[in-house]
Design a protein around this ligand. Structure first.
Ligand code: TYD
Length: 202
């Protein structure tokens, strides 16, 4: 058993996950435990180089999926598992559910391809808790419009984000014990209150 806890944050671009990540990080640190805050794609020097390619360079959907998993394999082995083993908590801005949502949902890649990569690189390793910040594609788009310049994913159309959202919700339905759906259309204050409850229970 790993002594630390691994929490991932998910949602379509514009759901507000970064805002809530900062809040959660503060709450976890207040417990006096070591916390590693990380992100995907990225989280390692190699992973950050792959992230730059993934977010900017045109590529085939299969290439995109493979690079996501290359970055993830490195991230799990070099950062996440060592942190959990020494008792630290890990808070990751996205993890494997994002590949299911974006590459299988958004890009329509057959889920069996993802499953074989998952069993190869992760061997059943999963977050202890995944918070899925769920919001409609329209609300997410309006929020993104106020933010910085769009990357390769953020330039996609509404039907792409509808598919991403549906895939996330489908995944949450199949693993309700691990994935908690948080209605991200609510106010920041009421979402924080919900997060407080979830963290108490953890
Ligand atoms: P994101 O967390 O949105 O970064 P930022 O807030 O800095 O824009 O992640 C970058 C993008 O990567 C996001 O659009 C979703 C995409 N992504 C995938 O398509 N598949 C994956 O497996 C992961 C981890 C991310």
């Amino acid at each position: 058993m790993k002594p630390g806890k691994f929490i991932s944050l998910e949602g379509v671009d514009g759901a507000g996950k970064s805002t809530h990540l900062d809040y959660l990080a503060g709450k976890i640190r207040a417990r006096g435990v070591e916390l590693v805050v990380t992100r995907e794609p990225g989280g390692t020097p190699l992973g950050e180089k792959l992230r730059a390619l993934l977010l900017n360079d045109p590529m085939q959907p299969d290439t995109e999926l493979l690079l996501m998993y290359a970055a993830r394999a490195e991230h799990v082995a070099a950062v996440i598992k060592p942190a959990l083993t020494r008792g630290a908590w890990v808070l990751s801005d996205r993890f494997a559910d994002a590949s299911y949502a974006y590459q299988c949902g958004g890009r329509s890649i057959d889920a069996t391809r993802l499953e074989s990569l998952e069993s190869w690189t992760l061997s059943g390793f999963k977050p202890d808790l995944t918070l899925l910040f769920d919001v409609s594609a329209e609300v997410a788009e309006a929020r993104r419009a106020q933010a910085r310049a769009a990357d390769r994913f953020e330039k996609e159309q509404a039907d792409f984000f509808n598919r991403v959202r549906e895939a996330y919700l489908h995944r949450a339905k199949s693993e309700p014990g691990r994935i908690r759906v948080v209605d991200a259309s609510h106010s920041i204050e009421s979402i924080r209150a919900e997060l407080d409850q979830i963290m108490e229970a953890l």
